[in-house]
Design a protein. Structure first.
Lengths: 112, 114
């Protein structure tokens, strides 16, 4: 089946630094989604990407849908302590096939 | 918009009993909802796809008689863990989408079987 490789697995950064994480797939997705999960909570959608090459921002977050449709990255600029959490990428084949395939997550720690 | 409510947020039950978890779409209708299971420090694992008015579709390796899913209305899906055992202890999360693209997740249910 489809698998998503998400990296890095974890990262420690200083407050104020920029962060980058990415996901790659062995097969094509038509939708890429980025989620953040806090402990004991469900994932919260950060950014949704629907078109190859699309670059979308949400505040300090920017994500891109790779041209090959097999990868996506998420950048966080000027990190703050509340950015701490686990970030998941997820891919979907889109309308008609609603299932999401998740990456294994990137655990982000921000040092004040 | 696109709010999904999950209840309860946590539950402790005795081994051998059954537990029901509810997932509601509050401001949209969802013909399809999804149930995930998440082990500590791991990603979400899709258990089943809940289809309104028809049988759920289970992923390989998920026991349909153990995890009963009922999607009786366009805003409610339930997951019942039957004859629960300690190995069923986990974090269960549902999700739904108003348009088949962006998916909203519930806040999850922490099940502990003692």
């Amino acid at each position: 089946g489809q698998q998503l490789n998400q990296s890095p697995q974890s990262m420690f950064i200083q407050e104020g630094e920029d962060v980058s994480m990415n996901c790659t797939s062995s097969s094509i997705f038509n939708t890429w989604l980025w989620y953040k999960q806090d402990p004991g909570e469900g994932p919260v959608l950060l950014i949704a990407l629907y078109k190859a090459g699309e670059l979308t921002s949400n505040g300090r977050l920017t994500a891109q849908f790779g041209i090959t449709r097999k990868d996506s990255f998420l950048n966080i600029s000027a990190s703050i302590p509340s950015d701490v959490g686990i970030y998941f990428c997820a891919g979907s084949l889109g309308a008609g096939s609603y299932q999401l395939t998740f990456g294994k997550g990137t655990k982000l720690s921000v040092i004040p | 918009g696109a709010v999904v409510s999950q209840h309860p947020s946590w539950v402790i039950c005795k081994s051998g009993t059954s537990v029901k978890i509810e997932c509601r779409s509050l401001d949209f209708q969802a013909t399809t909802m999804f149930w995930y299971r998440q082990f500590p420090k791991q990603s979400l694992m899709l258990m089943a796809t809940s289809n309104e008015g028809s049988k759920a579709t289970y992923e390989q390796g998920v026991e349909k008689d153990k995890f009963l899913i009922n999607h009786a209305s366009l805003t409610l899906s339930t997951l019942t863990v039957t004859s629960a055992h300690p190995e069923d202890s986990s974090f269960y999360i549902c999700s739904a989408s108003p348009d088949g693209y962006g998916y909203t997740f519930g806040s999850g249910t922490r099940l502990t079987v003692v």
